[in-house]
Design a protein around this ligand. Sequence first.
Ligand SMILES: [Zn+2]
Length: 285
Amino acid sequence: MELVTLRDLLPRAKREHYAVGAFNFNGYEDAVGIQMGAEQAAAPVILMASQGACQYIGLYETVGIVKGIAKHSKVPVCLHLDHATDYDFIKEAIKAGFSSVMVDASAREYETNIRESKAIADFARNYNCSVEAELGKVGGKEDNIVVEDRTAAFTVPSDVPRYVEETGIDALAVAFGSVHGFYKSEPKLDFDRLDAILKLTDCPIVLHGGTGIPIADIQKCIDMGLAKVNVGTELKAAFSGTLRKLCAELPAGEFDPRKFLKPVKGAVAAIVKEKLEAFGAAGKA
Ligand SMILES: [Zn+2]
């Protein structure tokens, strides 16, 4: 199968009241694990690489791995660039074969955010690549983008319609109480704000910082019309936790990398399958 875009996945999810899961990967094993989990759930899936992950894996290597995975996949696979702030890099990723990108101009003021996100959306249109942008600031740490929890600004609902209209984006990340990384205290989502946003736009809405939000709260957002949920930190923890356990358990003479890394795929797949079932996406491939 060819890679699909957010346009292929999110409008249907919104209509049928489920959310598509988007999962961060940092190498071959977790990328394969994500697709395995999606196939077990018979759900479409978004594989996300941050700018940092692309630099670590290599941009063309990242595309190569995921195109290879998609080729024999029984479920639709989208390759999405997560939270990119370097516009030259975004264009390079689009040309390299990403089927979706996120332009993060959320640190800019409103008019600048519109202008810069629109420029990426205009560019992507020539490549059958979808674009997600962000309005408001999701708190926490995402690679090199750090937002102070206390200054994190929630999305203003009335800002949304003009933003979506003028940028021409395919999905919008909004801030209403979720943060990136593990939560220091119980997250409190502003459901009324999300509801107001959903009533004002048809654009598919994205929840960032899916790790650690009680599943019932995520399901409430999905019932309201949320269409994409991002999960990153939980997979990183499963990857390193599995590896740590195997290093302690495998005999000292074991040196085959596959003995260490194959269980990582399974651990990642198990989390992905569980999430996709919880998001109502199982069987929607
Ligand atoms: Zn994010």
